[in-house]
Structures are given as C-alpha cells and as structure tokens.
Design a protein around this ligand. Structure first.
Ligand code: NAD
Ligand code: USQ
Length: 398
C-alpha cells in the first residue's frame, strides 16, 4: 500500500489487454486511482481471427464488478479509440487530470502486422496515431503528465556482436572534420523485424521530439516477451482471470509451448530454434510498471528508457525445457518469419534491478503455469488455431 501523499491518478490506455488488465488491478490494489481507456479492438481481432483466449476472460463490466467485490475499489472505464477520437481523448485528459498515463494501446502482434497489406496499414495507422495523439493531447492539455509507454526489445534487433544492449542509448565516439574525437549519446540504432516492431521504433522518435520540444516527461519501457498468465490480483477471483493467447498470430512462444504440451501438440519450433530472445513474467511486468510510475523523470530530463526483461533464452532450449517437464514432442518447422536462424543476445537491465525488481525466473513458475492454466483450460483449445500462418515473404522462398 502507498501513503496518501503518494496516491496518483493513473490513466491506463489499453487496460483491457494482456498486460494492461493485470497492471490496472495492481496499481488499483496499491491505492492509486485508476481509470482505463480501451476500444476493445483486441477482442474484435479475436472475432476476426475466430480465435479466443485459452482462459475464459470476462466482459469489462463483469471484470470491474468482480474487482469492486474483491477489493472494494472502483476502476472506471472509457470505451473509445485513442488513435481516432482525439477530441474525446483530450476531453478525458482535461477533465480527469491524470498524474500518469500508461500507454499499452497498440496492435502488438508481429505476425498479425505481417498478414496482408491491410494488416500492415492498420498496425501503422493504429499504433502511430495512438502514440502521437497521446503526446499532442498531453501538450494541448497544458498538464504536467508523466507518460509511461510500453515499447519492445525488438526496437534494437536481436544481434549484438557480443556487446550487451544498453538501456536505450549508445555512447559513441566520432571524428570531427578537424580530426578531434567527440563523444555523443545517441538512441541505439533501430533494427525492426516486422511492421509492428517498426511502429515501436517510430514511437521512440515521437518521444525524442516531444521531450525536446515540449519537455514532456516520458519513460519508455523496452519489454521482452511476456510469459505467464496471472498475477496476485488476477488470481483473487476467476472472473478477474487474464487473457492467454495461443493462436498462431497472438500466442507468444513460451505460452504457446506450455499450451501445446497440455494438449499433446508437438511444440512448434520455427527453423532451428536458434533465435535468442528476452523474457519477463507477467507478475514482473506489473511490478516494473509500478517502479516506473514511482520513479518519474524530473522536469527537463531526457526520455528515460528501461529494458524490461529478466532473462534470455534460445527458442530450442525453451522447447527442450518444456519437453523435459511434460514429455511433449518437439517439431522443427519451416520458419514463416524473416529473422536470423541463430543469434546471441546480451541485455543490460540494471535500472529496474537497482530500483528493487526481484525477478520471477522460468525455473520457479513454469510448472505452475502448465498445471494451473494450460491443463486446466485445455478443453477450451481449438487446435486448428495453433499453426502460424502469417508469412514474412510475399512468396514462399524457392
Ligand atoms: P493486447 O493486445 O493484449 O492489449 C492492448 C490493448 O490495447 C487491447 O485491449 C486493445 O483493445 C487496446 N487498444 C489497441 N489499440 C487501441 C486504440 N487505438 N484505442 C484504444 N485501445 C486500443 O497487448 P499486450 O500484450 O497487453 O501488450 C500491451 C503493450 O505492451 C503493447 O504496446 C505491446 O507492444 C507491449 N509489449 C507486449 C509484450 C507481450 O509479450 N505481450 C512484450 C513487449 C511489449
Ligand atoms: N517462435 C517459434 N515458435 C512459435 C512462436 C514463435 O519458434 O510457435 C519464435 C519466433 O520465430 C521468434 C520467437 O519465437 O523467433 C519469438 O516470437 P514471439 O511470437 O514469442 O514474439 P515476438 O513476435 O517477438 O513478439 C512478442 C510480442 C510483442 C513484443 C515482443 C518483445 O507479441 O508485442 O514486442 O514479443 S521482443 O521479442 O523482445 O521484441
């Protein structure tokens, strides 16, 4: 719990989603005054894809009523499109006067963003306009609001040539025309691997500009792949359960493997499985959001960037881990994406650790996830939705 003078009013954009819902509950539980904005586009995409969360997520009204019964706390909900309804967004900001805006409201699947020209255009339109509208509205409101945005480790690309990826900025030294050497800190060079990831690299430039021009206080969290389902708060009542995506577009690799093991489907490793990625448990995601909100940049500070991840793993090692634990078979499939077959990945995450993050590692949480979620809801699975059908190549390679 927080002290009365630490209580903040927090606007959560995208608060119905996989990260946004448990974050809203966590912040509300701490004693902050939380309200959610979401246009339920993610639920509509489920309708489009004819896929559903493995867990039985409840409509927003039921979720909020359950939270009121469990905690005695109110979370308010506004349903509108942040990317389209600028006037509505500005009006809510001016009336509510939030101290912090947490921005999760983007289309977050790389495969979905690569399905067709229309999916590419929707992702660019939605994500860039959502982020730009929030920044423009903060400036137009005249309020001193701290914006906390969910970015991705994918802005850096995943190849590091042996060095550790720093937290956002790279110290470089370049020669001048007169032969002197000068030092400079620049944004780490962007290297997106999908249209979705490309929108996150552009978000960074929006932040750089609005921070420089209008002194907006911004924290950008470069998050790795989130695994797990529930947090302390979402476990309090089954009506609060979080979403668990397993389909070929929205399911992320480790949660897919856990679900596949539970339904006896061979684990779908793309290519050699040599891709190394960064991971974080959903319980640590909500804790990181709390730490970012509690540690805002000062007026005049440049954009604060934290790497929000706790460990790195190679995809084939994850498959082996899940297979050893459950007896699941492993299938090596042609990779539908264009990505390096094998990569090393070293990432710095000192900033969150120094602020008190105590990571939940795979070794502690995996088995619980298999038995309490994947096996428990296996009867809701539609196995026809497991294959990844979105292809990065316009034509299959010869
Ligand atoms: P999600 O799709 O489950 O949630 C996003 C929410 O935002 C949805 O409820 C959706 O309806 C809403 N939304 C989207 N566009 C909107 C708009 N224009 N107006 C109003 N609401 C809108 O995604 P998530 O997994 O919770 O991810 C949240 C954020 O975290 C994303 O920005 C994503 O890029 C980032 N992130 C996610 C992961 C992960 O593994 N899930 C990892 C790294 C970063
Ligand atoms: N992969 C498999 N088998 C599968 C699914 C994925 O081998 O069944 C491989 C992919 O080819 C890729 C890796 O696993 O090499 C990760 O894929 P993913 O779908 O788990 O994650 P990704 O597409 O990178 O996107 C997810 C979130 C996104 C977030 C990103 C963080 O959907 O919102 O930004 O993780 S990061 O990867 O660090 O950029």
């Amino acid at each position: 719990m927080i002290l009365a003078n630490e209580k903040k009013k927090i606007m959560v954009l995208g608060g119905d989603g996989f990260c946004g819902w448990p974050t809203s509950l966590h912040l509300s539980n701490l004693g902050h005054d939380v309200f959610i904005v979401d246009n339920l586009s993610r639920r509509n995409i489920d309708n489009e894809l004819e896929a559903e969360s493995l867990t039985p997520i409840q409509p927003m009204g039921t979720r909020l009523q359950a939270w009121k019964e469990v905690s005695g706390k109110d979370i308010r909900f506004y349903n509108f499109n942040v990317a389209r309804d600028y006037d509505h967004l500005l009006k809510v900001i001016v009336e509510e006067q939030p101290d912090t805006i947490v921005h999760f409201a983007e289309q977050r699947s790389a495969p979905y963003s690569m399905k067709s020209p229309n999916h590419k255009r929707y992702t660019v339109d939605n994500n860039l306009n959502a982020t730009h509208n929030v920044l423009a509205a903060i400036v137009q409101s005249g309020l001193d609001i701290h914006l906390v945005h969910l970015g991705t480790m994918g802005v850096y690309g995943y190849g590091t040539a042996g060095m550790s990826i720093p937290e956002g900025y790279l110290q470089i030294e370049v020669p001048t025309d007169t032969g002197e050497r000068i030092s400079k800190k620049i944004l780490y060079p962007a290297d997106p691997g999908s249209v979705y990831h490309m929108t996150k690299t552009q978000d960074q430039l929006f932040f750089l500009f609005y921070n420089k021009n209008d002194a907006v206080r911004i924290t950008d969290l470069h998050q790795g792949i989130v695994w797990g389902t529930n947090t302390k708060e979402t476990m309090a009542d089954e009506r609060l359960i979080n979403r668990f995506d397993y389909d070929g577009d929205y399911g992320t690799v480790l949660n897919r493997f856990l679900m596949q093991a539970a339904v006896h489907y061979p684990l779908t490793v793309h290519g050699t499985g040599g891709q190394t990625r960064a991971f974080i448990h959903i319980q640590d995601t909500v804790r990181c959001l709390q730490l970012a909100i509690e540690n805002p940049p000062e007026a005049g500070d440049k954009v604060q960037i934290f790497n929000q991840m706790t460990e790195t793993h190679r995809v084939r090692d994850l498959a082996k881990l899940v297979s050893d634990m459950t007896g699941a078979e492993v299938a090596y499939l042609p990779n539908p994406r264009k990505e390096a077959d094998e990569n090393e990945l070293h990432v710095k995450n000192d900033l969150f650790l120094s602020k008190g993050l105590k990571p939940t590692y795979l070794s502690e949480g995996l088995l619980m996830e298999v038995t309490q979620i994947a096996e428990r809801y296996a009867n809701r699975a539609d196995l026809s939705k497991i294959p990844a059908t979105s292809n990065w190549r316009s034509k299959p390679e010869a």
